[in-house]
Design a protein around this ligand. Structure first.
Ligand code: C2E
Ligand code: CA
Ligand code: CA
Length: 733
């Protein structure tokens, strides 16, 4: 019947057996004690690993040894009772020997090993059976009880946990209420229909309502007429559940009608199923900050002196006008600059100037009160009127007239009665195809035109005039580089002695071979060069080039070489460096001064200033010939010529034109007499006479008859390259 329990290594059992045999000496006697140790050991071997117990192997053996004693007592106690076995079963459960195999193995072991180990005879099998039954019953009952206990413990734990959670909720709710109540930020709760349910003290304070008043109202009652459209679009998205929160800057009206500015954060609260249930608003009063910002913005966008919008605001509004304009919209600008403001400012002081500007600003403001119109001060004495959605050019012209009239009455500043006027540049056009920068630039150009036209005038932008000026401007800015690049060249036109047709001189005529515009005649750029001052370097270049050519002719033809005649612009004749320039060029090119003739118009010579005359006298003294170009088209004060250093008169082509033989009305006879008188007067003054614009042989003959010295014109030769003069001179020889 005895069999070693499985899984326990042999030496260990022996060792444990030896140890038990040596150490156990209980009150129940050595004989019984040895057997009980062995049984406890076998029991331990059988059940170990069948249950998860928190005991070490030694502790298991000790525990089972105790239970073995109690089983033994039950077996031997008279009268027999199996109660102790029931307690042993319960004790096993108590020690967590609850694995499914544990009970089975224990029952088997009690039957197989216990009688043997305790020295029982085979006459007591019924006691064993009773013992087994009681043990199993005690075990089962204990196990059931333990399960119940565990269930109870779990439900208890759940209960405790739930209780704790609820408490935590209550704590957080309390915390929330405290925050809600105490918060400096205004908070309000509403249902999804916008009915206000609750609001904290800060919000009530901010809005000036009692909680009762507020909860009678709906969120939508707080729409403000000037709310940005986006505010209520965001709100609709919130209450329809499309978004969970939004944050905007919004104004509200307090119960007392005062407007407050706020930062509003609105959020949605959803229930466990995710359905939107409440909306919460957090509202921060930022009115002070807003007012400050408004103030700063106002200061940044207004002129402190006149209080009018400044350039920045004007440009902002102009850009907005373009952004918001419809296709068919037009726009108008009235750009104003006071005439002679600087004089007033400089002579009467800045204080008076400032007061004057303030008064002008007020008058302008009064002129344009209509909506969509803005008066701005955009510079020292410059104002601008913006007319959004102007109806026609007539509109801006009317405004300009109105403004000029408004400024007519003198302005009183302290003891001064100040008369002031303005020049106005007007631009009015369809918004399509133009930009804010375009209209500003064009208004600027037009104001310049108005200024040039004289005081108290308006000018209207003219695209054609502008195109011409743009071209002129382009030419003037590229001129210096064009000289460098050698884009200019000279044509020469012979001056012919009438009595024998001999070429005695050649006029140098400048041309510009422009890379973009092609060949440009002098009419296109000489006037411009005079305005910009470019004529001085250009004229110097012409003179040098012409003298260089004269030198070539001088070398080639000697005494028969033609003198060179060079045009001198008014501006050049007044250039202080003129005499030195001429002297240097003559020296550099090695041309005799007597071979150079300078052509000046009457106005250049008859001007009031003395300096040009001094220069001409100096040049004349050097031996340079001075001719009056286009004689007869200017002052025509022949008597005055006596006092001038002049050697030659070039009679303008218009006189010569009348000498055509074809004229049947006899007018040529009159013209011939005029020219005749002119020639004799000139000769009386010791001057030579050259006729310009000689186109026919007839004219040439008549001029010769009249006594004219020389002729120039297509009849002899058109202006051309210098080689043509070479040919003529060579042929004649
Ligand atoms: P201008 O000094 O009176 O020069 C004569 C102009 O009359 C030239 O025009 C010439 O081509 C033109 N002409 C010559 N013969 C006839 C003719 O038989 N009939 C007609 N109808 N016209 C004739 P261009 O070359 O166009 O020069 C125009 C003006 O430009 C010149 O008038 C002169 O005032 C100015 N200019 C030309 N070159 C220079 C220069 O180098 N410096 C300066 N300051 N002005 C120049
Ligand atoms: Ca000329
Ligand atoms: Ca001329």
């Amino acid at each position: 019947m005895s069999r070693p329990a499985k899984g326990i290594p042999e030496p260990r059992r022996r060792h444990l057996g030896l140890a038990a045999a040596a150490g156990s000496d209980t009150a129940r006697g050595t004989r019984h004690g040895d057997g009980r140790d062995a049984f406890a050991l076998a029991w331990a071997d059988a059940v170990v690993g069948t249950s998860y117990v928190s005991m070490s192997r030694t502790e298991v053996e000790e525990h089972l040894r105790g239970l073995t004693d109690r089983l033994a007592e039950a077996l031997f106690t008279e009268p027999f009772t199996a109660d102790a076995a029931r307690q042993v079963g319960a004790a096993m459960v108590g020690a967590h020997f609850t694995g499914t195999e544990t009970l089975n193995r224990t029952i088997a072991l009690v039957a197989d090993e216990l009688p043997l180990r305790l020295g029982l005879d085979r006459s007591t099998p019924w006691r064993l059976s009773a013992l087994q039954g009681a043990l199993a019953a005690g075990y089962a009952e204990a196990l059931r009880q333990r399960t119940l206990d565990e269930q109870e413990a779990i439900s208890q734990a759940v209960f405790v946990a739930r209780d704790q959670a609820e408490q935590a909720l209550r704590v957080s709710e309390a915390r929330f209420r405290a925050v809600f109540a105490e918060a400096a930020i205004g908070m309000g709760i509403a249902d999804m229909d916008g009915n206000i349910l609750d609001a904290n003290a800060s919000l009530l304070d901010m809005f000036g309502y009692s909680l009762e008043e507020l909860t009678r109202r709906n969120v939508r009652d707080f729409m403000h007429a000037e709310d940005a459209a986006s505010v209520w679009r965001l709100y609709d998205e919130l209450v329809s559940g499309q978004r969970d929160h939004f944050r905007v800057e919004k104004r509200f009206e307090r119960s007392d009608g005062e407007v407050i500015w706020t930062h509003l954060t609105a959020s949605l609260i959803r229930d466990d199923e995710g359905r939107p249930t409440y909306q919460v608003a957090m509202i921060e009063d930022v009115t002070d900050r807003h007012l400050l910002q408004d103030r700063l913005r106002y200061q940044a966008l207004h002129d402190p002196l006149t209080g009018l919008p400044n350039r920045a605001l004007f440009l902002e509004r102009l850009a907005e006008a373009f952004d918001s304009a419809a296709e068919e919209d037009r726009i108008g600008l009235c750009y104003l600059d006071l005439d002679g403001f600087k004089v007033i400012n400089d002579s009467l002081g800045h204080d008076v100037g400032d007061q004057l500007l303030v008064a002008v600003g007020q008058r302008l403001d009064a002129c344009v009160s209509a909506p969509g119109r803005l008066v701005a001060r955009i510079g020292g004495d410059e104002f601008i009127i913006l007319m959004e959605r102007s109806s026609s050019t007539r509109d801006v012209v009317a405004i300009a007239d109105h403004v000029l009239a408004a400024l007519e009455a003198p302005i009183r500043v302290r003891e001064h009665e100040l008369s002031i006027s303005a020049s106005i540049g007007l631009v009015e056009r369809s918004i399509v195809g133009t930009t804010p920068a375009d209209v500003m630039r064009d208004a600027d150009i037009t104001l310049y035109w108005a200024k040039a036209d004289g005081k108290a005038k308006w000018a209207l932008f003219d695209p054609e005039r502008n195109a011409r000026e743009v071209a002129r401007f382009t030419l003037s800015t590229t001129m210096p580089a064009a000289i460098e690049r050698g884009e200019f060249y000279l044509d020469y036109q012979p001056l012919v002695r009438l009595c024998d047709g001999q070429v005695v001189g050649a006029e140098a005529l400048v041309r510009w071979h422009h890379p973009e515009f092609g060949l440009l005649a002098p009419d296109r750029f000489i006037g411009l060069a005079e305005e910009t001052g470019q004529i001085v370097p250009l004229g110097r270049w012409v003179l040098r080039q012409a003298c260089h050519q004269a030198r070539l002719w001088q070398d080639r033809f000697g005494s028969r070489a033609p003198f060179i005649s060079v045009n001198l612009a008014v501006r050049q004749s007044r250039d202080p460096g003129l005499v030195a320039d001429v002297a240097k060029i003559l020296a550099d090119t090695g041309v005799e001064a007597t071979r150079l003739q300078l052509e000046l118009t009457e106005s250049a010579i008859m001007g009031t200033a003395d300096e040009p005359l001094d220069a001409l006298r100096a040049l004349s003294a050097m031996g340079v010939r001075i001719a009056i170009d286009d004689f007869g088209t200017g002052y025509s004060n022949l008597a005055y010529l006596r006092h001038l250093p002049v050697h030659e008169l070039k009679i303008a082509g218009s006189f010569v034109e009348g000498l055509r033989a074809s004229a049947s009305d006899g007018s040529h006879v009159v013209d011939a007499r005029i020219v005749g008188t002119l020639v004799s007067l000139a000769h009386a003054l010791g001057l030579g006479v050259t006729a310009e614009g000689v186109e026919t042989a007839d004219q040439a003959r008549r001029l010769d008859d009249i006594g004219c010295d020389s002729g120039q014109g297509w009849y002899y030769a058109r202006p051309g390259p210098p080689e043509r003069i070479d040919h003529i001179l060579s042929d004649v020889r």
